[in-house]
Design a protein around this ligand. Structure first.
Ligand code: GAP
Length: 455
């Protein structure tokens, strides 16, 4: 058996389209540039990524609380944050075809599309603008947030007052963000509407470097624990010139996407920039009193900021494999069980009434715990392949012998090994396997059924 790990973007896009992970937005109208819809499997993958992040970053930590703030915020937020002035791209416009271009995308002085003459560069703000209420005038302009972070900063005192958290502690949020990106593409890598998973971690000034290093390590490990190969991740330190206007230091976690190394997550030391700015623009105090040292200060902020969509793309690319044996080729997604959209597929060997009744009972029982699929169409081999391709870690096969011995087989996606277990041990066995137990650790009455092969 040989395994081909190199994947190109076309294969990922095609798999996502074919199996219902991701569709172009408003496809029946020809699609909407750089907007995407997550299908039945995509939505599960995305929910699992967010759940894994929330569990590790909020649920299992003493020093983190969650928040869910609105997308529309008071317009002063964006004056204070620097986005009104600083979140801009210099663009030139073609005087002939009116297409706009980033200056760094230009190879010569003329329009890359029609060769026409270009204007001088003008600043173009990347925030989406809309109007609050029925009157479309400047006074009613509001923006779709370009990052979730600002919702956290403006609620710092609310959280402090209501949770009695003391420094160092963090506030985590998952939510949509919008950017009128000039250069889009590479599938869901850069889109105009996307989801972020952001942490703003508040620390005492002077301890910020220690916490910055801690978070770089912590976030890198999160991807590795969920199955991304370490060699496909690297850290990229921003030079002083490349730093965002709010950052003192920033490291990107880059992933080796099919188009090359690119940012998966950014970890920034934002210092006291945001809280000082919001104190200035709102007139409210962001002062923190340290009861131990009796000091007053404005906290510094370490920000690990990840993209849900980019994570989904990285997990898909990293999991994709094509295995060729003498008989055939199988495509599979080696997704970590906690990320797999479907955890278990229940497959009756035939549609016959007696067998279907047992299989449906198992299905009804298991779906109370996990997302389960029931598939009785076509040969068992084809059904295994269908589940491999969407990353389902285990298939449960109900055969005629099950009617006699009340046992079923469990087939493992990656090895194709099989065990046979009593139906009344099935749920606990699957639970243990999904948590990483070796397949050949058997429950009472269980036996090894098949090692490897093409099952
Ligand atoms: N609050 C800090 C911040 O927003 P960023 O580096 O601009 O920092 C953080 O964005 C993460 O959000 C990126 O690492 C990426 O994963 C995701 N992201 C940013 N722009 C994106 C886009 N246009 N499409 C998809 N994901 C994007």
């Amino acid at each position: 058996m040989t395994e081909q790990k190199k994947v190109n973007m076309e294969k990922i896009v095609s798999l996502c389209r074919r199996r219902g992970f991701i569709f172009p937005s408003s496809e029946i109208y020809g699609g909407l540039s750089s907007c995407w819809d997550y299908g039945p499997l995509g939505v599960e993958l995305k929910r699992n990524i967010k759940q894994a992040w929330w569990q590790a970053m909020v649920q299992e930590r003493d020093d983190m609380v969650g928040l869910d703030t609105s997308i529309l915020m008071h317009p002063q937020t964006w004056a204070a944050s620097g986005h009104l002035e600083g979140f801009v791209e210099p663009l030139v416009e073609c005087k002939n075809c009116h297409l706009r271009w980033r200056t760094d995308d230009l190879k010569d002085k003329n329009c890359p599309s029609c060769g026409g003459e270009l204007t001088e560069p003008r600043l173009f703000n990347l925030m989406f603008k809309t109007f609050m209420g029925p009157i479309e005038e400047e006074a009613n302009v509001v923006y779709l947030r370009p990052e979730t972070a600002q919702g956290i900063f403006v609620n710092f005192q609310n959280v402090l007052n209501t949770t009695r958290k003391r420094l160092p502690f963090g506030i985590a949020q998952i939510g949509k963000a919008f950017r009128n990106e000039i250069t889009t593409g590479n599938f869901i890598f850069r889109s105009r509407e996307f989801e972020q998973m952001e942490i703003e971690f508040f620390v005492k000034p002077g301890t910020d470097q220690k916490w910055f290093n801690y978070w770089v390590e912590e976030r890198l490990n999160w991807y590795v624990k969920l199955g991304i190969k370490r060699e496909n991740l690297q850290l990229h330190k921003h030079s002083k010139e490349a730093l965002a206007h709010y950052a003192r230091e920033c490291h990107d976690i880059d992933y080796l996407f099919p188009m090359g190394w690119a940012e998966l997550e950014g970890i920034a030391n934002r210092g006291d920039f945001d809280l000082v700015q919001h104190a200035k623009y709102s007139g409210k105090s962001f002062d923190y009193f340290d009861e131990e040292t009796k000091e007053h200060f404005i906290p510094y902020i370490i920000e690990p900021s990840a993209g849900v969509d980019r994570s989904a793309l990285a997990f898909l690319c990293d999991a994709y494999a094509e295995e060729t044996s003498e008989e055939e080729m199988r495509v599979l997604l080696h997704l970590h069980p906690s990320l797999a959209p479907i955890k278990v597929a229940v497959l009756p060997l035939s549609r016959r009434e007696k067998l279907a009744a047992v299989a449906k009972q198992i299905y009804a029982n298991l779906r109370q715990c996990w997302m389960i699929s029931y598939d009785d169409a076509q040969s068992i081999g084809r059904r295994y392949r269908r589940q491999d391709e969407i990353g389902t870690p285990f298939c449960v096969t109900v055969d005629f012998q099950s009617l006699e011995d009340e046992q079923v087989t469990i087939r493992e996606r990656d090895t194709m090994n099989q065990i046979r277990v009593p139906i009344n041990e099935l749920k606990n066995t699957l639970q243990a396997k999904l948590e990483g137990e070796d397949l050949f650790v058997l429950p009472p009455g269980g036996q090894i059924w098949k090692e490897g092969g093409n099952g």
